[in-house]
Design a protein. Structure first.
Length: 685
């Protein structure tokens, strides 16, 4: 494996970043004694390696777009530096130092943090070092970086546990020197934390100095508003922001990727922001483009960033639906960083690649108006960096922090915290109410902000103050996989005397299953739940009593599958994989489209609903096996009177929710990987 990756270096893809031009900037890093001390032992000199020119911002076609990036970089550097274009590169073999580093790799994990001289970055370095990692603290300003390293060492870290290397993330030569350093020193990299960032706004330094006096007594919204009013966005700042926060992270990532691929547990953590969430975009089309991760490419992402800057210049931000309300460039750059994270995670499945928001932290970037300390903010980055090897990739982690930002909680919660999807009505709303009544802090989520806020307010109106709302679209939390005629509703009396089957039959008659409703049913009921689980897994794993309850249905029992082989396969939980579940769902949809459901033994009537719930049950069991520290179960709430059943059920939402809450509140050592039918453990078959 190691040699395989080493072999990548001379190839076009990575070589440009690892074979920088002759340095023109700072003198060699070993020049001063103090620096040599802080940097650790000097590598065996093997003579200067031949240097090559390389592209500044990834390899893309020459012409207008490349010029634009040069302009951005040169603007930012303010030094008229020429960013060289890629040249045919060819360096064969590895140096003695590299070979030594690779044959004798350091046993401690190696983490590298950008923007490590202050704020969240500095604290991240300190916490990683105190947890036994070797940390490369980087900063663009050498004096500030060296001082930061000294500070961490004074607080107890061993000299070799934290070393400094200069890095300006917008300077391609600086990035390449760093990659050389890490390769020569360690032969690999285990964790890259892209933390460096700027606000992208102009602020009056006098006001900044006075800010502490002015923020006393302000709540979070007032602080954000104050910051907006006292910040000015200029085109130059917007360009710098995109260059640093997006292109800087990308440049560093590309240079260090070969070294991350050499690690047995390589991770990339991109420090993003709640401002980068797509809901800050006003144009639906832009939101879709940034979110369409199956078709989005890095090239398209960069075209979108160009468009943003053009619109900024032409004063068309609002007209074209870009984020407004201040910090537009910051929001767009962080949204692009999130999308880039998702693209990368798809491209490099052996790495764990995630982004997070550290929260609203008291640092220079927030003019110290945040609500978290840098230690708290950094602990979020560290948590994501140290997720277990089987942890998620491509998650956006922000829950605890967001929760605190909502203002209800003055310190990170000591109470239990629950997230409920589809919490604005039906069983979900009742689950929120019952959990909150049980003293749990509940994050009620709903895809529609207005309906979600209303629901949360209604519960708060009942005296349940520990409810916060957060918008969440999972393709919504549950759909029946059917299309009903407008205005269909049940009249209680018509069901008198009808048993379950008769009621289900009545329901089926009211609706129609089409390929689109089936696809939507599978997408929401299976993939929606799976995505939410993957997104929240890091936080669940950091809880001492993490629990997942998948609200399933007795219609998802294996007995509804006519194909005996498939039934057995889906019940053989020791061998079943998520990939196989994907294949099963794809063949179900294919057969649906071809009108061959019955022929292939799929369930008939609410077919997609049943198959999606079968898959959800199987996924629950796979996840429970994978994460034994968590309790992961499915709960059938019963046949409940809600919109989903056109109110044809037997149980009230309160009763249905109670069956779900019972499973959520099972004791810590309780069952995992089980199916609960109306609160009682039952068979999956
Ligand atoms: N604070 C918050 O409330 C908050 C909220 C959400 C997300 N974040 C994100 O958290 C990260 C850390 O921010 P912070 O709050 O710790 O802010 P901070 O205290 O202002 O620190 C920013 C760091 O980034 C460095 N940096 C800026 N441009 C750089 C460049 N071209 N090359 C290398 N380093 C560069 C700065 O170095 P210099 O000292 O040389 O300027 C500094 O070390 C950022 O990505 C930010 O967007 C912060």
């Amino acid at each position: 494996m190691a040699q395989e990756i080493m072999d990548l270096w001379p190839c076009k893809k990575f070589r440009p970043y690892l074979c920088p031009p002759q340095p023109t900037g700072p003198p060699p890093v070993w020049a001063s004694t103090q620096r040599a001390r802080l940097l650790g032992p000097k590598p065996n000199a093997t003579g200067p390696r031949p240097r090559q020119t390389r592209p500044a911002l990834g390899q893309r076609k020459e012409g207008e777009r490349a010029e634009r990036k040069d302009e951005l970089m040169n603007h930012l550097l303010g030094r008229g530096v020429h960013i060289p274009r890629p040249a045919a590169a060819n360096r064969g073999g590895t140096t003695t130092m590299e070979a030594a580093a690779i044959s004798n790799p350091p046993s401690k994990r190696i983490a590298l943090v950008t923007g490590g001289n202050k704020g969240v970055g500095l604290e991240t370095c300190r916490q990683l070092a105190s947890r036994g990692l070797r940390v490369v603290l980087t900063a663009r300003n050498e004096a500030r970086g060296l001082e930061a390293v000294d500070g961490i060492r004074r607080s107890g870290a061993a000299d070799s546990d934290v070393v400094f290397h200069q890095l300006d993330v917008t300077d391609a030569a600086s990035v390449a020197r760093l990659a050389d350093f890490v390769r020569d020193q360690f032969g690999r990299l285990d964790i890259l934390i892209n933390n460096a960032g700027i606000s992208g706004v102009d602020r009056d330094p006098v006001l900044v100095a006075k800010v502490k006096d002015q923020i006393e007594g302000m709540d979070v919204d007032q602080r954000v508003e104050w910051m907006r009013e006292n910040s000015k966005e200029t085109y130059d700042e917007a360009k710098s922001c995109i260059t640093t926060n997006y292109y800087g992270a990308k440049l560093v990532t590309e240079a260090l990727l070969p070294l991350l691929l050499l690690s047995s547990s390589g991770r990339i953590v991109n420090v993003s922001s709640g401002f980068g969430l797509l809901r800050n975009f006003n144009s639906e089309d832009l939101r879709k483009q940034f979110d369409d991760i199956d078709s989005l490419t890095e090239k398209r992402l960069e075209e979108l960033l160009d468009l943003f800057l053009d619109d900024f210049k032409a004063n068309l931000i609002e007209a074209h639906g870009w984020p407004t309300g201040g910090s537009s460039a910051y929001k767009v750059a962080k949204a692009a960083l999130n999308a880039y994270t998702r693209i990368l995670a798809k491209k490099y499945p052996t790495l764990r690649i995630n982004c997070l928001t550290p929260g609203y932290v008291k640092t220079d970037i927030s003019m110290h108006m945040g609500v978290l300390t840098p230690e708290e903010g950094a602990s979020n980055s560290v948590k994501v960096a140290l997720l277990p090897d089987d942890g998620p990739t491509v998650a956006f982690v922000h829950l605890l922090v967001r929760h605190k930002m909502e203002g209800d909680i003055s310190s990170l919660p000591t109470k239990r915290v629950a997230v409920v999807t589809g919490g604005n009505r039906g069983i979900g709303l009742e689950v929120c109410r019952q959990l909150a009544a049980d003293g749990i802090t509940v994050v009620l989520t709903a895809r529609d902000e207005t309906r979600g806020v209303e629901a949360a307010e209604k519960l708060r109106g009942m005296g349940l103050s520990s409810i916060v709302f957060h918008q969440l679209e999972v393709n919504n939390a549950a759909v029946g996989g059917m299309e009903y005629a407008q205005g269909v509703d049940a009249n209680e009396e018509q069901f008198v005397g009808m048993d379950v089957l008769q009621r289900l039959q009545w329901m089926r008659k009211q609706g129609r299953e089409t390929y689109d409703t089936a696809k939507n049913g599978v997408q929401t009921n299976y993939y929606g739940a799976k995505h939410v689980i993957q997104g929240l897994l890091p936080l669940l794993l950091s809880s001492s009593e993490g629990k997942i309850v998948n609200v399933s249905s007795s219609l998802g029992l294996l007995r509804f599958l006519g194909n005996e082989d498939l039934r057995k396969e889906l019940d053989d939980i020791d061998n079943l994989t998520e990939e196989r579940l994907d294949e099963v769902l794809a063949s179900f949809l294919k057969d649906f489209e071809a009108g061959e459901l019955e022929a292939h033994g799929w369930p008939m009537g609410s077919a997609a609903y049943k198959v999606a719930k079968v898959a959800m049950n199987a996924y629950t069991r796979i996840s429970a096996r994978k994460h034994p520290a968590l309790r992961i179960n499915c709960a059938h709430p019963g046949y409940v009177k809600t919109d989903l059943t056109i109110n044809s059920g037997f149980l009230t939402p309160e009763e249905g929710a109670r069956n779900v809450v019972t499973v959520a509140l099972l004791p810590d050592g309780g069952p995992t990987g089980a199916f609960f039918d109306e609160g009682k453990e039952a068979s999956f078959v």
